[in-house]
Each structure stands twice: as structure tokens, then as C-alpha cells.
Design a protein around this ligand. Structure first.
Ligand code: ADP
Ligand code: ZN
Length: 607
């Protein structure tokens, strides 16, 4: 008798229940229908095509843009006893012919390919002679030219519908906005696909957005307090800042590696591999890093610059806490970010429509930053989802920010911009406002202005905050001269005339925030914690023997379950979530032995 989906889930993957829409998606695809699946990172997208590929006759073809990660993905499947392979330019030609033969002989359950490979006429001809179970188009948002993951080849994948009309297709992505969704349908010819859209909430991620000065020091305090030994990602805008930040973290004693497009491919690959294979490493990166990284135990994602849209922010922060355990999305940004990103949009040669859309996206991001209410409610609302109550797990919920009436101070700042001729940047304006004794100010006769020294009630850093918020909210704009000169925007009139007042958020002095206890990662008792460390060590040992990332052997969540349930036999071991048939066979005994030694040991000391 053939297996059904539930049985495969249990036998192969060692999981008892499907999550969210997994089962419905699997049924639809298995019965030959097309699917569009939107699920947040960590939602469990891969099972949605892996199980149907096993249940249907023939091979499932997975289109993925991530050549560098294919070997690990395939290895993880082979560990489960699934007959998986990949074809890409890193393979020797003899190896390629071997895999092609396996494919034709029906010996593969899954084959991973990059889109450019798939689109070659020779590959299409090969597939035409193969029995195909399905096409899975992973990271489908790569069709969108608005996103930073845009891959032109993805737009040619509609050809699959023409050439293989009888083969069901599934497109998957963790990008949630409606525009991208419609682009995927359009570009991939998925008009008839059933759509499964999951909640995008990631309740285990705590959002914090901070705009206090000296971001690096604040990052350091955050790391020391919340993640003294955890693995995580720090995003920066420029290559130089990536390098500097990585050096600085290393000097402070935290192992960190840079990753950006200016490093050669081999170095990037090496750093990525180390991040996956070691424990507690920090990767400092531009947005070039992260797509498809399925490391489940990334405990924090920090931004030292402002992302250019909420989509980008959500996608990048989503790389934290895939295992469902507590994780942080922490960000610090400043005035310069706002200026740089606005300029960046203005300076592109792109069409006006592109500029307008990019500009709107940035404004929405800034709105999120200056928000006083729950961040998660706003984030989800952006993706057309409603969260009834404030989440209790973002900075604004945990430490409600204070506001102050900034109307008077804003008027001072705005009139200072006006009286100095709308030709200067923030630093100069602040010097005038605070009445600094400065050669350049005297030369410009600005020490004689009525606004000279009228702002001594605020510190320079506070003026900077204020100006940033005036810029964010559209009372000020930057000149297109490229020097960050500030000009009055239309909107400031009402404020200047006293017909509008302005309440702004006070910068929060970061306070220690108590974590929500998480169901997924229950606190371990001291003896269990000790066992957990031992099992982690064993896992690392096995991973090294095979040159694999440790989580490919077992996830932290599975090791934790072992510590909590303390199996005494292989049968009991097989009941642990995440221990499927093949892994039980390969590793069950070794982990069991470790558990028995430890529990007997602790019993002996008790006697
Ligand atoms: P995504 O690609 O959506 O980010 P993955 O497919 O990598 O997510 O799945 C995230 C993690 O959740 C993986 O470690 C996977 O093994 C696990 N997972 C997926 N489905 C289930 C399930 N039904 N029960 C338990 N764990 C699951
Ligand atoms: Zn909240």
C-alpha cells in the first residue's frame, strides 16, 4: 500500500503534525493542482513540495536561485533517506552525467536546479524525457523587479507552463506584499493556482527600533545584555561599514565575519559556510547576505542602517528564530540614513514610477520607526493582516515611549533653516541653534541671526533627533545638491503658522526588557541543561565528521525534546519530534548512549 502524506511526515521527517496550510497545499499539489504558497520564513515551506514529490510518481524539480546552498539542502534530504541531487556549475562533468542518468532512470525524488540552468535548451530537452512529479519555484519573489532579490531569469519561468502543461507547479515565497504576489501570478502564469496565504506573524521575534546616537555602542550593549554567545546577523548599508563593524566586533572579542558583494566568491562562500557550521558566530553583511539561509538558530538580526522598505526589513528580520525560539530584531538608525536613502532614490536613473514607488516604500518604513503604538500590529497591517491586540513583545509594548510637544522646538529649527538660506546640513543648523562659537558661522554672519543660540534647551543630539523626525515626517526635505542641505517642505507652513502642533517620540534609554516565556523552548532544569550541552557537543562532533552544519543532524528543538523526555530506548527515541526513521537508524544509538550515561551518572551521584 502506498504511503499518505501524514505517514511520510512521520516516517521520514519525524514530525507528528502538519503546520498551518501544509496539509492542504500538499493535497492540492499531489492531486495535480497548481499552488501559490505565501508563508513566513520558518513556516515550513519545503515540506510543501518535498512530500508531494515523494508521493507522486516521477521527480520533483526544485528551482532555486541559491547555488551556494544547494549542496547543504540536498545533503539534509539525503540524511533523511530522500533521493535528492542537484545540478549546477560546481559539479564535475562526470558527476553531472551520472545525475542526468539517475534522473532518466527514475532514481531521483528531487532535483535542485538554478533557473539559468533549467532554462537551457539541453536541460529542457532532458526534462522532456523524464517523468516529472512537479515543479517547485522557490523564492518566487525573485520575479519582482521591485525587490532587491530580482533575477531576470525568473521572469522566463512562465515557459514551464507552456512546455510542461501537465506537470503541477508550486511557487513559494516569504514576501508578503500584494504587489509581489500579483507579479508572481502574472510572471509565472499561475492564474489558476490555488492560493494559500499564511499569517505572517512571527510571535517569537521581538522588534526593537532605536534611533539614539552612537549605534555601534548601543549594538554592543544589546549584544552583551541579550545575546552574549549567540549566532546572529548584523546588516549595514555599505561595504565599508560592514568591514569596520566586523573588525570592531572582533576587537571587542566577539567572533564576526564580513559578507558583501565586494569580497570574492570564494571568501563569501567560506564565511557563509563558517556561519552555518560554527556556533555563536556573527556575520556582518550587506543585504547581499541571507536569502535562503536556513540556519534555524539565528538568535538576532540587527540593523545598523535603515532598510529601504518594510518588505526588506521584514524579510531580513525574518531570518531570526526559524526554530520558533525567542529571537530579536533590533535596529538603530539616524538622520544620515534618511538623507542617504532619499538621495539614493532621487539619484537613480530609473523611471519616475520607480522613484515614486521606492519613495513611498521608504516613507512607510519611516512611519514604522517613529510609531508610538505596537510595531507588530503596524507590520502586519502593512501586509493586510489584522492583529487584534498589541503584541506585548515589541519595544513599544514593553516600554511605552514617552512623547513630548515638539511644536515650539520645531518652529525654531524650521525658521533657522529658512534664515540660513536653506543651504546647510543638519550639523551646521544645530551649531547655529545652540549658539556655537564657530569660524564658519561668523564668516556667514549667522551669529547675528535671530535664531542664533535660541535652542540651548536641547542638546545637540536631541536637535539631531528632532531634525530627523522633521525630515521623516515631511516638514523638511533634502536638496538635490548631494550635500544633505535641508530645505523647507510645503507641509511646514501649518506648523510655522501655529495652526498645527507636533507630538514626537522621546528617544528611549534602553531598559532591560523581560522576555516572554516561550512554549517552544521551555526552560531546562540544570541537569537537563548539562545534558543539552553534551548532546550539542556530540552533534558538533558528528557534523564535523561529515563536514555538515550541525542543524542538519538534529535541530536544537529536537535536542531539547531529548533532554525533556529522556528516552530510555530506541523506540522512545523514535517518538521524539524531529527523529525520523533514517536518523534514528544513523544517530539514534549514539545520542541514546549519551543520554543513558548522563542520566545514570546523575542517578549514581544522587544515591
Ligand atoms: P521555510 O522554508 O518556510 O523558511 P523550512 O521549510 O526551512 O521553512 O522549515 C522551517 C523548519 O521547520 C525546518 O527546520 C523544518 O524541518 C521545520 N518544520 C517544517 N514543518 C514542520 C512540521 N510540520 N512540524 C515540525 N517541524 C516542521
Ligand atoms: Zn507590540
Amino acid at each position: 500500500m502506498t504511503e499518505n502524506a501524514q505517514q511520510s511526515l512521520q516516517r521520514i521527517f519525524g514530525y507528528r503534525h502538519f503546520r498551518g496550510h501544509q496539509q492542504a497545499i500538499i493535497e492540492r499539489l499531489t492531486s495535480g493542482g497548481d499552488v501559490l504558497a505565501l508563508m513566513p520564513t520558518g513556516g515550513g515551506k519545503s515540506l510543501c513540495y518535498q512530500i508531494p514529490a515523494l508521493l507522486r510518481p516521477g521527480t520533483g524539480i526544485v528551482v532555486s536561485p541559491l547555488i551556494a546552498l544547494m549542496a547543504d539542502q540536498v545533503e539534509a534530504l539525503q540524511q533523511l533517506g530522500v533521493r535528492a541531487a542537484y545540478l549546477n556549475s560546481t559539479l564535475e562533468s562526470s558527476e553531472q552525467s551520472r545525475i542526468e542518468r539517475q534522473l532518466l532512470d527514475g532514481e531521483l525524488d528531487l532535483l535542485y536546479l538554478a533557473p539559468e540552468r533549467l532554462l537551457r535548451e539541453s536541460t529542457l530537452a532532458l526534462l522532456a524525457r523524464t517523468e516529472l512529479a512537479l515543479f517547485a519555484i522557490d523564492e518566487a519573489h525573485c520575479v519582482s523587479q521591485w525587490g532587491h532579490d530580482f533575477r531576470p531569469e525568473y521572469q522566463q519561468l512562465s515557459l514551464l507552463a507552456e512546455r510542461f502543461p501537465a506537470t503541477p507547479r508550486i511557487a513559494l515565497t516569504a514576501t508578503a506584499d500584494r504587489r509581489t504576489r500579483e507579479e508572481i501570478v502574472e510572471q509565472l502564469a499561475l492564474q489558476r493556482a490555488s492560493r494559500f496565504i499564511s499569517s505572517f506573524d512571527r510571535p517569537n521575534i521581538r522588534y526593537t527600533i532605536d534611533s539614539g546616537g552612537n549605534g555601534r555602542e548601543r549594538l554592543w550593549r544589546f549584544l552583551q545584555r541579550e545575546h552574549p554567545a549567540d549566532a546572529g546577523i548584523v546588516y549595514c548599508l555599505s561595504r565599508r561599514k560592514v568591514e569596520e563593524t566586523a573588525d570592531w566586533l572582533n576587537d571587542q572579542g566577539r567572533p564576526a565575519l564580513p559578507y558583501h558583494a565586494g569580497l570574492d566568491a570564494a571568501t563569501r562562500q567560506r564565511h557563509q559556510q563558517r556561519f552555518l557550521r560554527e556556533q555563536g558566530l556573527i556575520i556582518v553583511a550587506t543585504i547581499a547576505f541571507g536569502m535562503g539561509i536556513d540556519k534555524p538558530d539565528v538568535r538576532f538580526v540587527a540593523h545598523l542602517n535603515l532598510p529601504k522598505s518594510i518588505e526588506a526589513y521584514y524579510q531580513e528580520t525574518g531570518r531570526a528564530g526559524r526554530d520558533g525560539g525567542p529571537a530579536d530584531a533590533w535596529m538603530n538608525f539616524g538622520l544620515q540614513d534618511v538623507i542617504t536613502l532619499r538621495q539614493f532614490i532621487n539619484d537613480t536613473d530609473a523611471a519616475d514610477r520607480y522613484k515614486r514607488v521606492s519613495g513611498e516604500k521608504l516613507e512607510r518604513m519611516l512611519g514604522l520607526c517613529d510609531l508610538i503604538a505596537c510595531r507588530r500590529q503596524a507590520l502586519l497591517a502593512y501586509f493586510d493582516e489584522t492583529l487584534e491586540r498589541p503584541c506585548g513583545n515589541c519595544d513599544n509594548c514593553l516600554t511605552p515611549p514617552e512623547t513630548w510637544d515638539a511644536s515650539e522646538a520645531s518652529r525654531k529649527a524650521l525658521s533657522c533653516v529658512y534664515r540660513t538660506g536653506q543651504r546647510f546640513g543638519a550639523s551646521y543648523l544645530i551649531d547655529v541653534l545652540t549658539g556655537k562659537d564657530d569660524e564658519r558661522i561668523r564668516r556667514n554672519w549667522h551669529d547675528r541671526l535671530s535664531t542664533f543660540g535660541i535652542g540651548t534647551e536641547l542638546k545637540a543630539s536631541e536637535w539631531r533627533q528632532l531634525i530627523r523626525q522633521l525630515l521623516s515626517r515631511g516638514y523638511l526635505e533634502t536638496d538635490s545638491d548631494g550635500h544633505g542641505s535641508l530645505k523647507l517642505a510645503q507641509r511646514c507652513r501649518l506648523l510655522l503658522r501655529g495652526e498645527e502642533s507636533l507630538m514626537l517620540r522621546k528617544p528611549v534609554k534602553t531598559v532591560k526588557q523581560k522576555r516572554q516565556p516561550s512554549d517552544t523552548l521551555k526552560e531546562l532544569a540544570p541537569a537537563q541543561q548539562q545534558l543539552f550541552e553534551q548532546l550539542r557537543e556530540l552533534r558538533l562532533e558528528i557534523a564535523r565528521e561529515q563536514n555538515l552544519p550541525p542543524y542538519v543532524i538534529f535541530h536544537d528543538a529536537t535536542l531539547r525534546a531529548m533532554c525533556l523526555q529522556q528516552p530510555m530506548s530506541l523506540t522512545q527515541m523514535g517518538e521524539i519530534s524531529g527523529v525520523g526513521e533514517r536518523k534514528l537508524e544513523r544517530y539514534g544509538q549514539r545520542f541514546l548512549d549519551r543520554i543513558l550515561v548522563q542520566t545514570n551518572g546523575s542517578r549514581a551521584t544522587q544515591n
